[in-house]
Design a protein around this ligand. Structure first.
Ligand SMILES: NC(=O)c1ccc[n+]([C@@H]2O[C@H](COP(=O)([O-])OP(=O)(O)OC[C@H]3O[C@@H](n4cnc5c(N)ncnc54)[C@H](OP(=O)(O)O)[C@@H]3O)[C@@H](O)[C@H]2O)c1
Length: 272
């Protein structure tokens, strides 16, 4: 029996168990995936239990960085963005840490728009937290020539700009969209249920710019609604969550699972 889980704190509405348990069932694999809320002071004893009894686990806030020095080996993406979201436990109890958020972000867009040309123009990232770091690296990997970043706290954006050679756009000037903008991405938590909407006037946005929100609750955020109304192509965030789970399931089971519309519907129905 394959045993896996997600650790984080708080973990009240994690959708990861639904995703992985659906795949265990679909592919006829004997396995169980649980949500394991772990208060920070319990992290070290908990991961010793995981080392003894689990094949692997996912890692979410606030532990994505904490896990870096606890892994014996790291994949290159985890190393570059200094965050781990997937751990495989070896036969000898060693941890191999990976980051699959970068993959999940890009794969979601490519599944929706297979002909999307990453190199066609510039991209603008709103936000400079953990998700923005994974996305900045994804855009670099895809060959986006010019990447702008805009964040409320400019020092957070500056740290990302220094690592990935991004262009800073002041938060107050975030609506001065570059004329060649190919992709606009919200990575802030604004627009999420219980949070204020992202205050963003899209009237000067080129009509061909693809608008991507990684916030997925609600599925259509106010920013996506505004983009849809003016005819811009849009990408929702639920697929990023689904696609980042694919490489994790594959390394634990040897089976590469498929992200299907049926699974997306199951998730949307389970959303708080
Ligand atoms: N679809 C997916 O699979 C997926 C994956 C990861 C994350 N997410 C979502 O992405 C969002 C960000 O996650 P994260 O891990 O990057 O979080 P994080 O590290 O805490 O970063 C939060 C970001 O939001 C900004 N922000 C928060 N409140 C703001 C406000 N009132 N005004 C302006 N900016 C504000 C922060 O700006 P400051 O730097 O100024 O504080 C920071 O840039 C969350 O909603 C999360 O659920 C989705």
């Amino acid at each position: 029996v394959i045993k896996a889980c997600v650790i984080g704190h708080p973990l009240s509405h994690s959708l990861s168990p639904l995703i992985h348990n659906h795949w265990f069932q679909t592919y006829g694999i004997e396995g169980i995936y649980k949500a394991m809320p772990v208060p920070p002071e319990q992290l070290l004893p908990t991961i010793e239990i995981l080392r003894q009894n689990y094949n692997g686990f996912n890692v979410t806030l606030p532990f994505k960085r904490t896990l870096i020095p606890l892994c014996q080996t790291l994949g290159s993406t985890a190393q570059i963005i200094a965050a781990v979201n997937t751990v495989t436990v070896g036969q000898d109890g060693s941890f191999h840490g990976r980051n699959t958020d970068t993959y999940g972000f890009a794969q979601n867009l490519q599944q929706k728009f297979p002909n999307f040309d990453w190199r066609k123009g510039s991209a603008l990232i709103l936000g400079a937290g953990g998700a923005a770091r994974a996305i900045a690296y994804a855009l670099k990997e895809k060959g986006v020539a010019k990447i702008y970043i805009s964040n409320r706290t400019s020092s957070h954006a500056a740290a990302l700009s220094a690592q990935f050679s991004l262009e800073n756009l002041k938060w107050d000037s975030r609506e001065n969209f570059p004329a060649d903008l190919n992709l606009l991405i919200n990575t802030t938590s604004l627009g999420m249920k219980g949070q204020p909407p992202l205050d963003l006037d899209l009237s000067s946005l080129p009509s061909s710019t693809t608008v991507y929100d990684i916030v997925y609750a609600p599925l259509i955020t106010p920013m996506l609604q505004a983009a849809q109304t003016r005819g811009n192509p849009i990408v929702t965030g639920i697929g990023m969550l689904l696609h980042q789970a694919v490489p994790a399931f594959e390394v634990w089971t040897g089976v590469r699972p498929e992200v299907t519309p049926e699974l997306e519907t199951i998730l949307l129905q389970a959303m708080p």
